[in-house]
Every structure is written in structure tokens, then in C-alpha cells.
Design a protein around this ligand. Structure first.
Ligand code: EPU
Length: 440
């Protein structure tokens, strides 16, 4: 197991290139199952979650490989539609194979994803949508057993849940509907750029989809899809993470290969916080010389402030004079990073789904424990401004979603390195709890 060591105090300066979006690549890899032909997906980041999805596709009988940022998948004609607990429990996005397997093979057994440190992650909306398309579903022995009787039938489906739209439920239902008979309308669909990217790929495969990027998606089912080639969009969460890191250190960073149109809310919040932000065509430059200003943030479905940047925004607020308030509306319990940031000297108080952050003059480096992917990123960027050195343990969480983060931050002037750490023989109950994956 590795740990990351950051010595604080250096301003980030220079240029950094972001990788392709993991959360766009994962459902797209599942979408490749909708045909027997070869599909090629480029600009795929070299991450643990991508390898897990490839392992899953290969265990289903597809032939998938990753080489130099390109994933090639040939599903062939003999898929075994069973997604086992061992794979699904390490990565929640595995649930995206449910819709494609059902549409292509006619039945699927997919393990329920299970526990997650960022809060409950039900899949009722996925099942509701697939049932509306005519599938029958049943939960037995920890698995979803889904079956269609003849062929999926298009339908009008309202997919909103208690916390708004669902990204992967929209993906699952949209993928299944591409091969259904007749027209499907998804109301309160997710509008995230990753869903738009997925729809573009499906359209290249021969699907008929309209309205994507809005709350109402219309899909006219077709009999067959074919293989296609695409390149995925830039990772907007990675972009946001570098923007917050730069603003936090009072630096000057140009984030390249970014799509500024995906960052409107982030740019707005950074400007409110006192940073200067310039939008390029496919880059964003952030600079800060003045004092930070407190900002209030509420996480919401896109185009609202992303829950996947909540922890990083909180890190910025820890050294912002005054009081800032964060309200988490997607995952009200996604606050595992709070106690770790407080170990570094921040003053954060939880009040229901809100975190009240009272800015301190400085953070002080400490050993801290990463609990999930985005929490790990927040601890790394907090370490950049902390006095002394911060050791972040359990960075395998970080490796699920950030490609070469220590190399990229080093290029920007950060003092950051990775070391192997000894795994203690006996683990305490609390450290075992932290090992629960926050499956993205
Ligand atoms: N929800 C339900 N029922 C469902 C599905 C979701 O109630 O059937 C609720 C969730 O509990 C949550 C809300 O709806 O309160 C939104 O969850 P959503 O389904 O949109 O999340 P997801 O699709 O499972 C994706 C990302 C997450 C990201 C969320 C929200 C991928 C692979 N994962 O998850 O990314 O936080 O959308 O934007 O795309 C990460 O990358 O670190 C990560 C966790």
C-alpha cells in the first residue's frame, strides 16, 4: 500500500494537462456490450477503476484491452451475463452493465453494489426504469436478477429520485432503451456532461437519441447497434481539483485540455472566493494574489456544484477568513474528510447535511487517512498549504480516479512524493471501516 507525502508552502505555478473522464469512460465501456462488434474508446485514463471495468467485461466473455490510453472492446456473440460480487463490490459503476446485458442477452445477474463510505447508494431508480421498459427484476442472494420476456418496449419513464436525477440510472435506462421496441422518454434525466458523452457514443453506434443534456431524453429504439470509435471528454472533476489547488496556494496555473463550459459553477465560486479566472477555448487559468473570501456552496445535480468537488472546495474554505457553509444535497453523509481536515487544524462543524467552515490562519501537516476518492484529493490539496508535512495514507482511493496526480502536482512545483508503506498486521475496527470502498 502507498502513502503520499506533501510538504506545504509552495505556490503552484505552470501548466497541467487533465486526463480523460473516468466517469464518462466507465458507462461507455459498458455500452460497448450493446453490439457484438469492436468499439474503440480513446483518451481513457490509466486508472484502477478502468482496469476493474475491463476485468468485468472480460469476465462477461467480452474481449477488452487497454493500451496507451485506448480501450478496445469486442463483445462477440457469447456473453455470460453475470457480474459477480467480487468485482461489483469494488466499483459501483459496474452496475452500468445491467442495462446493456439485459437489452443484448435478455437477462442479467448483477450483484448489488453494497456499502459505501459516502452514504447509501440505492439502485431503485435503475430498476424502476428497466421495469418500465418491460423487464422483470428480483433481488435474490444479494444479486439483481433481471429478465425480459420478448424484447424491451419503449415507455415514458420519470427517473427523478429524492435527491434529484441519477447519473448512472439515466445511463443504464438510456442504454437499454436504444435496443427497445418503440420510443422511450426519460423525464428528469441526468444532464451531466458524462451522459451527453455517452449518448454521443451510442449515436455513433447507430442509436437514435434526442434531447440529451436536457431533463428530457427521447430514444427511438433500433434493432441493432454496431461498433464505433470515440474519444472521451476531459475529466471535469480533475480540472476542478487543480483549479482549487492553485487558488488555495495563491498560485498561477493554466489547466489545459479542460472544457470551461463544464466548469461554470466552479469558475463562479472561485471568483467569489477572490481568485482571478480566465477561460480559454480548451483551458482555464486561475490566479490568486489577494485575500480569500468566504463562499457558500450547495451541491446539486449538473449544472449545479458537483458533489465530487465538495471536499476539495471545503479544503479551500479551511484557510478562507470568515465563515463558509457547504450543504451536501446529493450525499448528505459525504463528510468523511471533515475529521481528517480537523486533524490538520481546520475548524469544521457538521450540522445535519451542512458543514460550517470557520477559516483558520494556517493548517498544520499531520498524518491523515484517505476515506474515499474525492476526500483523498481534498487532503492532498490541504497538504499543499499546511505547515510541515502531511502524510496521506490509503491512497489507493486516490488511484481509482486521479491519473499521475503526484507527477502533475510536482510539475507545478509542489513538494509531493509517494512511498510504500508497511501494512500493520492487526487492523483496528475503525481502520477496517475506512477500508470500505467509496465506489464511484
Ligand atoms: N439515487 C437513488 N436511487 C438510485 C440511484 C441514485 O436514490 O437508484 C440517489 C443517490 O443515493 C444520490 C443521488 O441519487 O443521492 C444521485 O446519485 P447518482 O445515481 O447520480 O450517482 P451515481 O450515478 O451512482 C455518479 C458518479 C459519482 C458521483 C454521482 C453524483 C460515476 C461512475 N459515479 O454516481 O462519482 O458522485 O454520480 O454526481 O459516474 C466519484 O467519481 O467520486 C463519484 C462518486
Amino acid at each position: 500500500m502507498d502513502k503520499i507525502i506533501v510538504t506545504g508552502g509552495r505556490k503552484l505555478r505552470g501548466e497541467v494537462e487533465v486526463s480523460g473522464a473516468k466517469n464518462a469512460a466507465l458507462p461507455m465501456m459498458a455500452a460497448a456490450l450493446l453490439t457484438d462488434q469492436e468499439s474503440i474508446i480513446e483518451n481513457v485514463p490509466n486508472l484502477k477503476d478502468i482496469r476493474t471495468m475491463l476485468d468485468l467485461l472480460n469476465s462477461l466473455g467480452a474481449k477488452g484491452e487497454y493500451r496507451d490510453g485506448t480501450v478496445t472492446i469486442t463483445p462477440g456473440n457469447t456473453l455470460v451475463p453475470v457480474a459477480p460480487y467480487e468485482l461489483v463490490s469494488t466499483m459501483r459503476a459496474s452496475v452500468c452493465v445491467l442495462g446493456p446485458l439485459l437489452a443484448r442477452v435478455g437477462n442479467a445477474e448483477v450483484s448489488l453494489p453494497g456499502g459505501c463510505v459516502i452514504g447509501p447508494r440505492p439502485i431503485d431508480l435503475h430498476l424502476k426504469g428497466l421495469e418500465a421498459l418491460g423487464a422483470s427484476t428480483e433481488i435474490r442472494h444479494g444479486y439483481v436478477h433481471a429478465r425480459m420476456h420478448k424484447r424491451l418496449r419503449g415507455n415514458d419513464i420519470y427517473l427523478g429520485g429524492a435527491f434529484g436525477s441519477s447519473v448512472l440510472a439515466t445511463a443504464n435506462v438510456m442504454m437499454a432503451a436504444t435496443l427497445a421496441r418503440g420510443q422511450t422518454t426519460i423525464e428528469d434525466a441526468a444532464c451531466e456532461p458524462e451522459i451527453v458523452d455517452l449518448a454521443c457514443f451510442l449515436i455513433r453506434m447507430g442509436a437514435k437519441i434526442q434531447g440529451v443534456g436536457s431533463k428530457r431524453i427521447e430514444i427511438e429504439g433500433v434493432n441493432k447497434l454496431h461498433g464505433a470509435k470515440t474519444a472521451i471528454i476531459a475529466d471535469r472533476v480533475e480540472v476542478g481539483t487543480y483549479l482549487f489547488a492553485a487558488a488555495m496556494t495563491g498560485g498561477d496555473v493554466l489547466v489545459k485540455k479542460a472544457d470551461p463550459n463544464h466548469q461554470n459553477v466552479v469558475i463562479d465560486k472561485l471568483r467569489q472566493a477572490g481568485a482571478r479566472v480566465d477561460r480559454g477555448k480548451s483551458s482555464i487559468r486561475v490566479r490568486r494574489t489577494g485575500r480569500l473570501q468566504p463562499v457558500n456552496v450547495t451541491t446539486l445535480p449538473y449544472p449545479g456544484f458537483p458533489t465530487d468537488l465538495q471536499a476539495q472546495m471545503m479544503a479551500l474554505m479551511t484557510i478562507t477568513p470568515g465563515i463558509s457553509v457547504i450543504t451536501e444535497k446529493i450525499y448528505p453523509d459525504r463528510y468523511m474528510h471533515v475529521s481528517e481536515l480537523n486533524r490538520m487544524g481546520s475548524r469544521i462543524f457538521l450540522e445535519g447535511p451542512s458543514a460550517i467552515v470557520q477559516g483558520v490562519k494556517r493548517l498544520s501537516g499531520a498524518p491523515v487517512m484517505a476515506s474515499d476518492l474525492r476526500a483523498s484529493a481534498a487532503l492532498v490539496i490541504a497538504g499543499l498549504v499546511a505547515e510541515g508535512s502531511t502524510e496521506i495514507h490509503r491512497v489507493y482511493h486516490l488511484d481509482r480516479g486521479y491519473e499521475r496526480i503526484e507527477e502533475k502536482l510536482s510539475q507545478l512545483g509542489a513538494a509531493i512524493s509517494r512511498q510504500k508503506e508497511q501494512v500493520p498486521e492487526q487492523k483496528s475496527d475503525s481502520s477496517m471501516a475506512l477500508e470500505l470502498e467509496a465506489v464511484g
